[in-house]
Design a protein around this ligand. Structure first.
Ligand SMILES: C[S@@+](CC[C@H](N)C(=O)[O-])C[C@H]1O[C@@H](n2cnc3c(N)ncnc32)[C@H](O)[C@@H]1O
Length: 197
């Protein structure tokens, strides 16, 4: 079964499982969106839990693989300027340098090829633009035995549990690390800010 199929099944239950636990970390991450109005890509926008937290000054494009998730996002946009797009975050249907910023909340650890996804983000974000990441990552050498054991199943149905952020960043030299802080679950989830060079 593909991730598109599993997220179609997960969509009706997603908010109940995720919304409350993640809201304050989302707020902290989104506070770093630029003050100047611009175009912002929300990659893997899901059911749009970020949308009510977004400042109104930007134009937002929300990309997701799963129609059932996007359908739930649309009513959340309210007065925010938001355009949903169905597509793959590992092969973005956008021109180079077409966004001022990108938000990657709970998507880098989900996609099968996270380095390819981050590389695509570096391609579509303009030099000087910011990339805001909120996700769960392992650190080099961290045993995390349960997570590694569960990974072969979990990566097929919802999310990878074995992604080391530092490995991704090494593969995408166009992005520089600006900020990296523990966000939830004892630092398993982190809020990370990158700058497109
Ligand atoms: C864990 S949810 C995160 C949703 C949202 N960003 C949030 O913070 O709540 C992961 C989302 O990624 C989407 N997804 C999975 N693979 C994808 C891909 N290759 N390209 C784009 N979206 C994908 C799923 O459909 C799902 O909506």
């Amino acid at each position: 079964m593909s991730l598109r199929h599993t997220y179609t099944l997960i969509a009706p239950f997603y908010d109940a499982a995720i919304a409350r636990a993640t809201e304050s970390a989302r707020q902290r991450s989104l506070a770093a969106l630029p003050a100047e109005p611009g175009r912002v890509l929300l990659a893997g926008v899901g059911t749009g839990l970020d949308l009510p937290l977004l400042p109104g000054r930007h134009h937002y494009v929300g990309l997701d693989l799963t129609h059932a998730m996007l359908r739930r996002a649309l009513p959340r946009a309210g007065s925010v300027d938001f355009a949903p797009v169905q597509g793959d975050a590992q092969c973005l249907p956008f021109a180079d340098d077409s966004f001022d910023s990108a938000v990657l909340h709970l998507i880098l650890a989900v996609v099968p090829e996270p380095a390819r996804c981050l590389g695509e983000i570096a391609r579509v974000v303009k030099p000087g633009g910011s990339v805001l990441v909120f996700d769960k990552f392992l650190r080099h050498g961290q045993p995390a035995l349960l997570r590694r054991l569960a990974n072969p199943l979990m990566r097929r149905i919802a999310t990878r549990l074995d992604v080391v952020f530092e490995d991704l960043l090494r593969d995408v030299p166009e992005l520089a690390l600006e900020y990296d802080q523990p966000a939830l679950a004892g630092g398993w989830f982190r809020t990370i800010r990158l700058r497109r060079l």
